[in-house]
Design a protein around this ligand. Structure first.
Ligand SMILES: CC(C)(COP(=O)(O)OP(=O)(O)OC[C@H]1O[C@@H](n2cnc3c(N)ncnc32)[C@H](O)[C@@H]1OP(=O)(O)O)[C@@H](O)C(=O)NCCC(=O)NCCS
Ligand SMILES: CC(=O)OC[C@H](N)C(=O)O
Length: 223
């Protein structure tokens, strides 16, 4: 147990230039407190004591602003920097040496049952505010940019940014150069789709009107 506590603390020093002393890290890093509380909650969860496990996790959430479901499986040396707003779902699996920044959600889409949260490989970095939704894998050594929304598998050694998540780097090589003036915007896409539907309906209506007008003229002539 002491060994893993020591490695949790050294993960903070390895990843946070702001960390100054052991005393400060142990007493002020809410990410560490949430991980330690999770270990206790997970112990109860694995033994079927789900309510106690949930109470521990909710108490930890109240104290730290980080919600880790007690069912989540977390590897060694996870570092949650700042932490506020992090949510980790029940069927999430996190490898070793992962870094999560504030506001990260490792969640479900709301459409899946059973395994519905992501699996995060070793050595992955997930930027602040990123949402990773679904039961797919984020491959090892990959990076997810701040505020990205990722809804499909990320290969190992890759970088994914934007909404929806776009692969921009793989094995150190740039792929899909971003057009910064025209980043994907799902809201604009939706409006454009609606506008197109309206135009099609208008054209259909016009066609019907012309047909009916023609028929009426024909009726009038034959009377
Ligand atoms: C994604 C990230 C990890 C960098 O990964 P990387 O593999 O080194 O990627 P690069 O910096 O080479 O960037 C690759 C491309 O993605 C773009 N990009 C990087 N981060 C981005 C983001 N969050 N959103 C949109 N585009 C992003 C870059 O502009 C670059 O595109 P360009 O070359 O067309 O300009 C980093 O930008 C990031 O978001 N880190 C999160 C850190 C964080 O949350 N800090 C909060 C501390 S409080
Ligand atoms: C706010 C922020 O950038 O945090 C990242 C890290 N803790 C640092 O101080 O660099």
């Amino acid at each position: 147990m002491w060994k893993s506590i020591k490695s949790d603390i050294s993960a903070v020093f390895d990843n946070d230039p702001a960390a100054r002393s052991w005393f400060e890290v142990v007493f002020t890093y809410s990410g560490l407190h949430a991980i330690w509380a999770h270990r206790i909650g997970h112990w109860f969860y694995k033994r079927g004591m789900y309510t106690i496990a949930r109470i521990i996790s909710q108490f930890s959430r109240f104290m730290t602003g980080i919600e880790i479901h007690p069912g989540a499986v977390i590897g060694n040396r996870l570092f949650i920097d700042h932490g506020m707003g992090v949510v980790i779902g029940e069927t999430c699996e996190i490898g070793d040496d992962v870094i999560l920044y504030q506001g990260v959600t490792l969640g479900g889409t709301g459409k899946e049952k059973g395994k519905r949260h992501p699996t995060i490989g070793n050595n992955v970095v997930i930027g602040s505010g990123a949402k990773i939704l679904g039961s797919f894998t984020v491959g090892e050594n990959s990076r997810v940019g701040s505020n990205a929304v990722v809804i499909q598998e990320v290969p190992p050694n890759s970088t994914v940014v934007c909404i929806p998540g776009k692969l921009v780097k793989r094995d150190g090589v740039r792929v899909n150069r971003l057009d910064h003036a025209n980043l994907p915007d799902p809201v604009i896409d939706m409006f454009e789709g609606l506008q197109q539907q309206i135009n099609e309906l208008k054209a259909q209506l016009e066609l019907e009107r012309q047909k009916n007008g023609g028929a009426r003229e024909h009726d009038a002539q034959s009377v």
